[in-house]
Design a protein around this ligand. Sequence first.
Ligand SMILES: Cc1cc2nc3c(=O)[nH]c(=O)nc-3n(C[C@H](O)[C@H](O)[C@H](O)COP(=O)(O)OP(=O)(O)OC[C@H]3O[C@@H](n4cnc5c(N)ncnc54)[C@H](O)[C@@H]3O)c2cc1C
Length: 373
Amino acid sequence: MEKEFRVLIVGGGIAGMSLAICLGEMGVSTELIDKDPEWKALGTGITITGPTFRAFSALGVESEVRRLGATNERVKLFQPPEKFIGEIGPPETIPPLPNNGGILRPVLHKILSDRTLAVGVKVSLGKSISFLSQESKFVDVRFVGGGSGRFDLVVGADGAFSELRTHVFPEASEPTLTGQGCFRHLTDKPADVDCLHMFVGGPVKTGVTPCSSNQMYLFCNAPMPGNPRWDPKDDWKKLRELLIGYEGVVGSVRDALGPQSNIVYRPLENFLMNPPWYRGRVVLIGDAAHATTPHLAAGAMMAVEDALVLSELIGSAVSLDTALEAFMDRRFERCRHVVENSRTLGQYELDGVSTVEHKQLQEESWQRMATPI
Ligand SMILES: Cc1cc2nc3c(=O)[nH]c(=O)nc-3n(C[C@H](O)[C@H](O)[C@H](O)COP(=O)(O)OP(=O)(O)OC[C@H]3O[C@@H](n4cnc5c(N)ncnc54)[C@H](O)[C@@H]3O)c2cc1C
């Protein structure tokens, strides 16, 4: 591998920060830019499965995630209004790591951003690229508002609607709507909610995920044909309407909804970039290459794994070209599996496919995710 390697990471989300941590620890000269001057995490909480814990463990942040998040071993399944029908769990294939858990997005962001800075990565905020050109072994970049740089590798980690992707891969497709929308609502956790509760087989898929000792988020995947929009101030009314008829913890959360409720709504989209995810010395990772719907809670897993694999190959391959080629070999099928199965699970929800088939695909997918990266 070439010596004195300089890397620019565009985007400081889970993927970009994870790669920055790995490269910073390897002593690779790394700069991370994010166009958000506040570098904040949007959203409420995130569900973490065993394979995501494994990726966090390899990144060296798993104990902090466990300390500040919530962990548990199983998922309780209910049929609406509130009939307990059993438990499922991601397979216990990665002991001693937890099978399941959750964390607030801003808390995860702080763990990763503190670590990024601690390993000596240069972070520049409110910064994005205005122009990029490639020679055979380097990339010249100009930044919006002035300044420029020459890098051996530029990594696009700028999310599902990546501007870098549009610039470098103008022929690439864009994320497509799946026909569902997803609400997430952060609220206090009752003491008896000690794991993910999922309500299936009703008009929407809903439930709650603990994400700290005293907080949880309610999720609700609902059919949204034609991608309707409304004033975000009315999110709570829309969510309340969708949860009519549910009892138990979901019913209690619904009854407490009001204008003060902390709710995030997103129409669900997914995206899988055709291989290769690199062109010359520019490579895409995370949602920029593969944006999944949340049905397998595996977006963060893929983002961190991309960073682990890419940095490992940068450190071990004979050249950057072979590293990028090997990166595609290691990542494409695994990410394709997650993106496609997540989309299928969403389609099952839309089509009202039986709980049995649903559970089978979910468990098969978890088994696959638990295999080594
Ligand atoms: C509704 C929903 C729920 C989800 N729930 C889960 C879950 O429970 N568990 C899970 O594992 N995954 C979940 N995911 C997926 C997960 O959130 C993503 O896969 C993950 O956040 C991707 O991280 P990323 O770093 O690739 O992208 P992002 O998080 O999108 O980060 C991109 C970063 O790039 C920056 N940026 C953007 N454009 C530019 C630019 N031009 N220049 C510089 N910087 C730029 C942004 O400011 C941002 O900081 C969910 C996704 C959705 C949509």
